[in-house]
Ligand binder design. Structure first.
Ligand code: DQA
Length: 145
């Protein structure tokens, strides 16, 4: 089983950015965490982060026939990007959404979510542990298909 974890803008600044909202763990900690999960769960996990919408769209397009599942935190693009939604729909790979913060309890503009209509499941407000929940959920989902 091969999964791709995609992170959007400013996720590379974890640890530095608004620690009260996003916690103290930095992006390297997140990558180390994914590596640990990879061996614990015995699945291959690749990762990608970009601050650019088009690069995220390209990466989703490139994942066609390469990955069994996608875990995505589109960050701010969650609330703006029809292009990312369309790319996910196009490749039609089972996808789980993660948000580090509890987005549903934040500002009104964050209540708009373009990718929710496509994803099979969303996890929010669990810090970087949310990625673990998403990966475990996707693993179970794919094993039961
Ligand atoms: C986020 C929530 C988004 O609203 C925000 O723009 C982010 C991160 C989260 O992980 O909580 O950059 O996706």
């Amino acid at each position: 089983m091969k999964l791709l974890v995609v992170n959007g803008p400013n996720i590379n600044l974890l640890g530095l950015r608004e620690p009260k909202i996003y916690g103290n763990k930095n992006y390297c900690d997140l990558l180390r965490y994914l590596e640990k999960l990879q061996s614990e769960l015995n699945i291959k996990i690749d990762h990608f982060q970009s601050n650019h919408e088009g690069d995220i769209v390209d990466t989703i397009q490139d994942s066609y026939k390469k990955y069994d599942g996608i875990v995505i935190n589109p960050a701010a693009y969650t609330h703006t990007s029809v292009a990312i939604l369309d790319a996910l729909k196009a490749v039609n790979i089972p996808t789980v959404e993660v948000h580090i913060s509890k987005v549903s309890e934040r500002e009104n503009f964050r209540q708009i979510n373009f990718i929710r209509e496509y994803v099979i499941k969303s996890f929010e407000g669990f810090g970087i542990e949310g990625y673990k929940y998403a990966i475990e959920y996707l693993k179970d989902y794919l094993n039961n298909q």
